[in-house]
Design a protein around this ligand. Structure first.
Ligand code: AMP
Length: 524
């Protein structure tokens, strides 16, 4: 008889097998697997007591914490859908996503409750406001997490009739459109992804994972399920800095960490490495953007730590390809290991040309990376037309461009979609352009990603002014800062006379990019 693949199995299994083992370390808080399960149960029962049930959307907004981890299971155990939000966004972004997803209850880290209060009047659908914090006192209008769950039962919540194709989360992603899209992930998507991560990244019960990647990010939550399922230890870090990372590697015996290339850079530049007595040699999984080749070389040769690279998207829960030093990849060929990977188990990758024909494995013909797999999402929340654009002829179209080598590695070479990846965060060019168009002096503008030593890419805005108007570049940057999250703002603005267009008026961004990338491929 078949049983549905439900992510709630992961915590239940480890609580059963390893009840006394440390599951979560968050500052001074340490919880065993039995405690983690009981806290998640209390959260589930407290949510049921508020009247929330299967299918209801519940958001978590805040940095990584034990409360965030508990929310993954506390919501899933009652069949509710978790909507993790990026706390670096501005209130108007949150307002849009909370209303778009029809969120009924918000679980908000104490540092962000005041920010959410500023948009409260515009959130008519939200019925419950819970502050995630340690103490008993919550800000006015908020339920304090700890006393709230303390009154709820810690027993397994009543069974819910759940199918593996039911939603477990809606994750908003900045993509090709000015507004973020809600990626619907099912229990099956996340379960199968966790299996892929366990197989390829070797998650096991001895692992101690340091969380530097935010859990609202797809590479983050994939790891939440995989590590919990294997009974490993989650070490949560609120503010990311190299000294704390080294401290935790030393004191908690970290064996695994998943990070964006910028965090890897901070780790490599840290001057006081020799102050730490490290007894483990962690595996470092880099995801979200291509890391500089020199980083990998230093990581492996100077520190003796293992580097693994994965590629995937929010829409694929996320794992699509993995680069490990195996038969297909020469261990010392760092250039290849930073850019290429083989399809993960259970993932079929094809590279398609503009007519949807597969390109040959010749190391040079570029095609769009497309995938078929159980990890491919159910669709965009309430945007069937966007879903139809992304999933065509049975394949999910990633918007990334790649070439095949002869031994089955996909090399990512560029992006077809209008997305800038800066420090591992996706930034939508149309969103910045929309913000700039609101400035009265701006006639036309185009935003492109240009190379940046620290962030990989950074947004550059090319702006044509209205006749007779004058504005400085800095004023335009400041204007964006008033309207967009900081990480999305252009770091440079150039005023130009006109934008290059085709005869039919279509903007030719590739011509703008040429100047800055001087012929090199964007992801090379
Ligand atoms: P997100 O949905 O926010 O995780 O962003 C997914 C996008 O990040 C992909 O479509 C790629 O453009 C980029 N990406 C993810 N992983 C990698 C990687 N290992 N190398 C290069 N680009 C990556």
């Amino acid at each position: 008889m078949q049983v549905p693949l439900l992510v709630t199995d992961f915590l239940r299994r480890s609580a059963d097998l390893y009840p006394g083992k440390t599951a979560v370390v968050d500052g001074n808080n340490r919880f065993t697997y039995a405690q983690f399960q009981r806290r998640a149960n209390r959260l589930s029962n407290a949510l049921l007591d508020l009247g929330l049930c299967k299918g209801d959307r519940i958001c978590y907004l805040g940095p990584n914490s034990h409360h965030f981890l508990e929310s993954f299971y506390g919501t899933a155990q009652i069949g509710a859908v978790l909507v993790p939000l990026n706390y670096r966004l501005v209130p108007s972004d949150h307002e849009y996503m909370l209303n778009h997803a029809g969120v009924k209850a918000v679980l908000v880290d104490w540092e962000y409750t005041a920010m959410v209060d500023t948009i409260r009047p515009s959130l008519p659908g939200v019925e419950h406001w819970i502050a995630a914090q340690e103490g008993d006192a919550a800000p006015e209008g908020w339920l304090a997490w700890e006393p709230w769950i303390a009154t709820a039962s810690d027993s397994t919540p009543p069974p819910v009739d759940l199918d593996e194709n039911d939603l477990v989360s809606i994750n908003y992603t900045s993509g090709t459109t000015a507004r973020p899209k809600g990626v619907m992930l099912t229990h099956r998507n996340c379960y199968v992804n966790a299996y892929g991560m366990i197989a390829h990244l070797r998650f096991c019960h001895d692992d101690v994972e340091l969380w530097t990647l935010p859990m609202f990010h797809c590479n983050g939550w994939g790891g939440v399920y995989a590590l919990t399922g294997m009974g490993g230890t989650h070490v949560v870090l609120r503010a990311i800095d190299a000294a704390s990372i080294y401290d935790l590697i030393e004191h908690e015996g970290v064996t695994l960490a998943c990070m964006a290339p910028t965090v890897l850079s901070a780790i490599l530049q840290y001057e006081h490495r020799d102050r730490h007595q490290l007894r483990t040699r962690p595996r470092f999984i880099v995801a979200g953007a291509p890391p500089p080749v020199a980083f990998i070389e230093r990581l492996e040769e100077e520190l003796g730590w293992e580097f693994l690279q994965i590629y995937g998207l929010t829409e694929t829960a996320p794992l699509l390809t993995v680069a490990a030093p195996d038969y297909a990849t020469d261990k010392n060929d760092y250039a290849r290991r930073s850019r290429a990977g083989v399809a993960a188990l259970g993932v079929e990758i094809v590279l398609l040309d503009d007519d949807d024909n597969q390109v040959p494995r010749d190391n040079e013909t570029v095609g769009e990376i497309c995938a078929r797999s159980n990890v491919v999402f159910k669709g965009y929340w309430e945007q069937p037309e966007e879903t139809a654009k992304a999933i065509r002829n049975g394949y999910f179209h990633t918007g990334d461009l790649g070439v095949w080598d002869s031994v089955g590695n996909v090399h990512i070479v560029d992006r077809k979609k209008d997305v800038i990846i800066s420090g591992g965060e996706n930034i939508s060019s149309p969103e910045i352009e929309d913000a700039l168009y609101r400035h009265p002096a701006v006639l036309e503008c185009a935003v492109i990603g240009v190379p940046h030593e620290k962030w990989g890419e950074t947004p550059l805005a090319l702006v044509v002014l209205r006749n007779g108007e004058s504005v400085t570049e800095q004023q335009l940057i400041d204007f964006c800062r008033d309207n967009l999250a900081h990480f999305k703002c252009p770091t440079r603005v150039e005023i130009i006379d006109e934008l290059p267009r085709t005869a039919t008026g279509k903007l030719q961004k590739f011509r703008l990019r040429e100047r800055y990338w001087s012929g090199q491929r964007r992801v090379n």
